[in-house]
Design a protein around this ligand. Sequence first.
Ligand SMILES: [Ca+2]
Ligand SMILES: [Ca+2]
Length: 169
Amino acid sequence: LTWHSRPVQFNFLWQNVLESHCCSTIFYLLSVGTWTPFNPVTVRSIISMFDRENKGGVNFNEFAGVWKYITDWQNIFRTYDRDNSGFIDKNELKQALTGFGYRLSDQFYNTLIEKFDRQRKGQVAFDDFIQCCIVLQRLTDVFRRYDTDQDGWIQVSYEQYLSMVFNVV
Ligand SMILES: [Ca+2]
Ligand SMILES: [Ca+2]
């Protein structure tokens, strides 16, 4: 069974979040369908995006946001998983990221697959695909702040470099 082949009830999920009020629940629930643990780094990234009160968890409204975010990503994933394999291979990743406006070399796609292929399958699972896009977006945002003339080149000092990295990790 693949993640997107199983319909999941929002209210059922929220009930479970309430009962054990913790990210670890969401962590488990998001794995529904694949029966593999959802990338914990991705879960933390997503929770921190919606956790406006900074409590390390989400309330009902925030959870609704998380749920919409995940289902939006499911649709994107489905669109680019052309062969319906439940994984994004290098060519599918290339089409997805090109669609998002990234211009990256063939060589760099190998690097991306190597970095985000947590299951060591030579391709990227749903949660790792989200993670790949989040990280790429953050790094690109930081780079753009320095690349004021938008020529794709920046010159930074050691401490500027450290600040850039701290913005992402
Ligand atoms: Ca595929
Ligand atoms: Ca520049």
